[in-house]
Design a protein around this ligand. Structure first.
Ligand SMILES: Cc1ncc(C[n+]2csc(CCOP(=O)(O)OP(=O)(O)O)c2C)c(N)n1
Ligand code: SF4
Length: 272
């Protein structure tokens, strides 16, 4: 299947601002799915609300555009009733980790086979540039005109601590790496968390005087480095990119299946 077959052309042009990173994430994701050769009827994309969540409108998979912060809860329901399908959940940093933070932690902990994409632009884009839990201390936002005093946290560390069996990070600058990471994440049996640093030139960029979208992309090149690189040892403030966790542990739907079989067996033996 070609990339074109995976999109709903009737909904283009898309609504993202020019220079927004979300379209680059969509591009890398579609290339990963094409490389894996997955039939589009075998994919369910579930999203919440946000500029990032609008991705689900553009792909010709089974799609559910649900409510802000709850995409993983909906996706869990779909996956448990149709475990043979591939569940992909794109979320903004606000969607995934502010209102949806609790769902994120517990979906990771259960290790249900869902691919979660956290499109981290460090801002609430859709609602006008309010600061998010990932904006970071000292940044500017429409709701922090004198600078933000909230501290952020590391998404990779949070996902790892919550028990995700696949955890990775890349950026919209590193599209080749991002495509490869998406392939690994979708193929992984268990909960996969992929953080993507993606630019919102309209709010985060403008408020923080980060220049053009191209400037913001170049900054991703400068502020990140491959996991364990020499540059990281010399510059501890650099953000690492790559796959941090990739391990096999029991997957939730498979374990749930065993419980059902056991319960049925017990019920049968009690009936005789
Ligand atoms: C329950 C609920 N609370 C708040 C909102 C308003 N709202 C819509 S999108 C959004 C945040 C969007 O930011 P993010 O998830 O980071 O995605 P982005 O738009 O930056 O891609 C908020 C607060 C809502 N739609 N529903
Ligand atoms: S407001 Fe920001 S996140 Fe939303 S479409 Fe525009 S650039 Fe992208």
């Amino acid at each position: 299947m070609a990339i074109r077959d995976y999109i709903r052309e009737r909904f283009f042009p898309h609504l993202w601002c020019s220079g927004c990173g979300h379209g680059m994430v969509l591009n890398a994701l579609l290339r990963a799915i094409e490389a894996l050769g997955i039939n589009k009827s075998d994919i369910v994309m579930v999203s919440g609300i946000g500029c990032s969540s609008r991705i689900s409108g553009y792909v010709d998979f089974h799609t559910l555009h649900t409510i802000h912060g709850r995409a993983l809860a909906f996706a869990t329901g779909v996956k448990m009733s149709r475990p043979e399908l591939n569940l992909i959940v794109p979320m903004g940093d606000g969607d995934a980790l502010a209102i949806g933070g609790n769902h994120f932690i517990h979906t990771a902990r259960r290790n249900i086979d869902i691919t979660a994409i956290i499109m981290n632009n460090r801002i609430y884009g859709m609602t006008g540039g309010q600061y998010s839990p990932l904006s970071g201390f000292g940044t500017m936002a429409t709701t922090a005109p004198y600078s933000n005093i909230d501290h952020d946290f590391d998404v990779v560390e949070l996902a790892t601590a919550a028990g995700a069996s696949f955890v990775a990070r890349s950026t919209t600058y590193h599209v080749q790496q991002l495509t490869e990471i998406f392939q690994e994440a979708i193929s992984h049996k268990g909960f996969s968390a992929v953080e993507v640093l993606t630019q919102c030139p309209e709010y985060f960029g403008r408020k923080n005087k980060l220049g053009t979208p191209a400037d913001m992309l170049k900054q991703y090149k400068e502020i990140t480095t491959p996991i364990g690189s020499k540059r990281k040892q010399e510059n501890p403030e650099l953000i690492e990119r790559g796959i941090f966790v990739q391990k096999e542990i029991p997957e939730y739907c498979s374990e749930y299946d065993k419980i059902i079989k056991q319960a049925k067996k017990t019920a049968r033996s009690e009936a005789t």
